[in-house]
Design a protein around this ligand. Structure first.
Ligand code: ZN
Length: 247
């Protein structure tokens, strides 16, 4: 089948020759696809929007001798509002880069595709702080890669982490980003990510309701956000450069 029609979103782009661009698409059914977008940098090219980061739509692709070319795209959303807000943009870029590092060719992952699109919609059109959206995205991201964070019980002794057994004012638990597990104070052994009781409750709420948790008030602490970033970045094989730009 030389012609493929698939929903997809642009994760990466790189200019190529005078007017062309190579784009990396994420398709829910076909995984990662590297495709050539011919002439898309010419003024008035019908493929101009289709070759931009964040562009989501129904792509028509033509394959011949291992090369994939974009024929056309029915755009559904470009998440244009992200470009007007540096903070939102940096979080959106981070989500794209994590997906580009994790998604493989010919690998179906419809749930990750939906999580990415819904997270971008919350970033673009919602008014909750971007790091709250990214926290939900990161926990869903590692879960869908097969590394569901263990947040209800201690990853070592399996006792419930809450109610806290820590003395008042002390961290309620630690977090091991390598395994994605919360560790109770009794089992703690040098983990540097300390979590308060509200951090643990916050993670538990995210694991229960995902993006729905954004409807309730809450705050993602700096410590928790850093812990979740380390957890997600430990699951992909390459450095995630845009993480450094996060605000
Ligand atoms: Zn324990």
């Amino acid at each position: 089948m030389p012609q493929i029609i698939t929903n997809a979103i642009v994760l990466r782009r790189a200019d190529y020759r005078d007017n062309d661009r190579m784009i990396t698409l994420f398709s829910p059914t076909l995984g990662r696809i590297d495709a050539l977008c011919r002439g898309c940098r010419r003024q008035k090219s019908p493929l101009m929007a289709a070759s931009e980061l964040f562009c989501a739509g129904e792509y028509v692709l033509y394959t011949s001798r291992e090369r994939v070319t974009v024929v056309s795209c029915q755009v559904t959303d470009t998440y244009y509002g992200l470009r007007a807000d540096y903070e939102k943009l940096s979080h959106g870029m981070y989500a794209l880069e994590l997906c580009a590092a994790a998604v493989q060719p010919d690998q179906e992952n419809e749930r990750l595709f939906l999580l990415l699109l819904r997270s971008l919609a919350h970033l673009c059109y919602g008014d909750v702080p971007p790091r709250r959206v990214t926290a939900v995205f990161l926990m869903g991201f590692v879960s869908l890669l097969g590394f569901r964070p263990q947040v209800a019980r201690c990853a070592r002794c399996a006792e419930p982490v809450l109610p806290s057994r820590a003395p008042e004012g002390a961290p309620a638990a630690s977090f091991d980003p390598e395994t994605g597990g919360v560790i109770c104070p009794a089992c703690r052994a040098g983990e540097t990510c300390r979590l308060s009781e509200s951090d643990v409750l916050y993670m538990q709420a995210i694991m229960k309701t995902g993006l729905e948790s954004l409807k309730s008030p809450g705050e993602c602490s700096d410590e928790l956000f850093e812990a979740l970033r380390k957890m997600a970045e430990a699951r992909v094989d390459m450095p995630v450069r845009s993480g450094k730009l996060l605000v």
